[in-house]
Design a binder for this molecule. Structure first.
Ligand SMILES: [Zn+2]
Length: 223
């Protein structure tokens, strides 16, 4: 999702329900003349701008009066959406905040922990290695052999330098698989242990499906 698609989704999902229709229209107008143009603030003359806000909500279907606009602007300020900086010859100078900058508006905790998870090193950091082992339920990701504290390795599905240390690319494995896989492509390696009868057909199919889920970021370690 690009940046503005994200801003729009955040506006509609989290901010719009807290604003009345005047505030929504004013906020979108301000957003159009600030962040959409790569700026944080703009000087808006509401004498003419009020006619471009496209209300159907003014008295008798007309545009809202300047008085109403200033009242709603103060409402937006109280809700932490804008900051009225000064009154100038050309109009009112207003700083506009993005939904992500409004304290408490977005479910931030989740967003931050998601980002943190993506940035984590699950290969070098001991506590994180443990989480990978737990994610694998103490079994080799490849052959399902039982693992313990001393008899396991944390290894890269795609070897470095192409592969990284994210939870999408590291798994817990037994030493035998680790040695045997070496530089083989993981699919080829899984096929080889299937041919050798170490994995059943079902187990092989499940491993391949899990591999796709791993790469898609669906196998998240739980701290
Ligand atoms: Zn193994």
């Amino acid at each position: 999702m690009n940046e503005f698609a994200q801003v729009f989704a955040q506006f509609q999902d989290h901010l719009a329900p807290r604003l009345d229709v005047y505030e929504q229209a004013i906020y979108l107008y301000l957003l159009r003349h600030t962040h959409i143009e790569g700026k944080r603030e703009a000087v808006i003359g509401f004498k003419s701008a009020r006619k471009k806000l496209a209300f159907g909500t003014g008295r008798a279907g007309t545009s809202p009066s300047e008085g109403v606009i200033y009242e709603k602007l103060r409402g937006l300020e109280q809700k932490g959406c804008v900051k009225i900086l000064s009154t100038e010859r050309a109009g009112t100078r207003i700083e506009v905040f993005l939904p992500s900058e409004m304290p408490g508006l977005l479910p931030v905790a989740t967003a931050i922990s998601d980002i943190a998870l993506e940035d984590q090193d699950f290969f070098s950091v001991p506590e994180n290695r443990k989480l990978i082992l737990e994610r694998e339920e103490w079994r080799c990701f490849y052959c399902l052999a039982k693992l313990d504290e001393n008899n396991h390795v944390i290894e890269h599905v795609v070897s470095r330098p192409e592969g990284d240390n994210s939870y999408r690319n590291v798994v817990a494995a037994c030493r035998r698989c680790n040695n045997r896989k070496s530089a083989l492509l993981v699919e080829d390696f899984l096929r080889s242990i299937y041919r050798d009868g170490i994995l059943s057909g079902d187990e092989f199919a499940i491993r391949i499906a899990l591999l796709a889920r791993l790469r898609a970021g669906e196998l998240r370690p739980v701290p």
